[in-house]
Write a protein that binds this ligand. Sequence first.
Ligand SMILES: Nc1ncnc2c1ncn2[C@@H]1O[C@H](COP(=O)(O)OP(=O)(O)OP(=O)(O)O)[C@@H](O)[C@H]1O
Length: 441
Amino acid sequence: MSAETPPTSQPLVSVDGLEKYFWENDSVLDRLFGDEPVAVRAVDGLTFDIHEGETLGLVGESGCGKSTAGETLLRLQEPTDGRVEFDGDNVYDLEGSDLTEFRRDAQVVFQDPFSSLDPRMTIGDIVQQPLDIHDVGPTDERRQRVRDLFERVGLSVDQLDRYPHEFSGGQRQRIGIARALALEPEFLVLDEPTSALDVSVQAQVLNLLADLQDEFDLTYLLISHNLSVIRHICDRVAVMYLGEIVEIGPVEDIFEAPKHPYTEALLASVPRASTDERERDRQTLAGDVPSPRNPPSGCRFRTRCPMVIPPDDLEIDQEDYRAIMNLRERIERRDISLETVGGDEEFEFTDGSIPPADVDAFVDALRERVLDRELPARHAELVDGALAELASTDWDAAGTQLREVYASVCERDRPDLGEDGHPVACHLYADNECETLENVR
Ligand SMILES: Nc1ncnc2c1ncn2[C@@H]1O[C@H](COP(=O)(O)OP(=O)(O)OP(=O)(O)O)[C@@H](O)[C@H]1O
């Protein structure tokens, strides 16, 4: 489908600054106990268009907000902020017959066909249900439409009176697709449509979706954590991390020339068949996605990024820099047990401090605990200075000393997603792109 999509076609869906926060600790009881409500920033300012007839992929690790984005733009969830235009109308302003029309035009296919189909209904009734709800045509026309849909998605009309449990995963997904197509929609959100299926069946379902798109002029938003699925079917790809889009562009550009370190890491973590690529130096993703309850400041990927930008005046190797950043984060979170440094109560704190004579030994023992590498002399000295502040439990002074020297633009400023053909939200691509990129690689 990629080759046939006119690049200049109009946006069918236009998403602008879409936000969806869930609130925790927000009940009457929580307020009674004085607990502050906490925002889960599942979707935090998405802006993108989906053009008529194209397939936009939304890719990212589990928990980064893909499903919430899909559901919110279909108005299955109310947004916290932002705007979604469908065919020129703001979806969140629609009422009455306009809203009903949008509900017909924009449909969803879910990941797990089994749980999304009512087990007590025959599959014929399941596919016919949207036609009944929207009161489309007389009964015999509805029945005929169901038969046509069955044939079109590769199911036998002899099976109309059977129940979902009698079908395989692939067949159930075909039933889900037939149901989504019943009302002749223009736009489908495909939320992990093949991830519950055997690999052998995945390609068949993807090919079916591609054929249906051509035949019925459909526009797709394909949500998937699986890059092979994205590559197979998408025209453009939006890469999502912790509620934000970090990079968006044509599928070939994203796969052949990724810009964002997150995209690079996602691609590097896919197993490849060719020896060359298997042997290349891979940067895989370390750690988990941080919580959307308290996302990192600045660039949200910086806590896992292998290319964090040091201050201009700092000569430092990326791994040393990463080690010092991790240490500073632990200090800022007060996430080091000072009382157990050295073991066996070697250092005794009185009124929050150890005796001055023990400070050097304390710093040595603490360094061994919190750093797994030897730093160049200049950095070792600076880090030791900060660790010495912890001998008097002065967490703030320790954090400040390290921040003053090592703070990165990546933690200070939230990078914008640019507006060219392949925008990327990363400080490496801000002003002096080439020079900075060279320095951190
Ligand atoms: N109803 C809810 N209440 C509170 N938090 C929620 C709710 N729904 C989702 N979240 C949180 O929002 C974040 C995004 O979830 P979402 O399901 O959209 O991510 P995803 O990328 O689709 O992941 P997955 O592929 O695992 O479904 C997660 O941290 C999730 O725990």
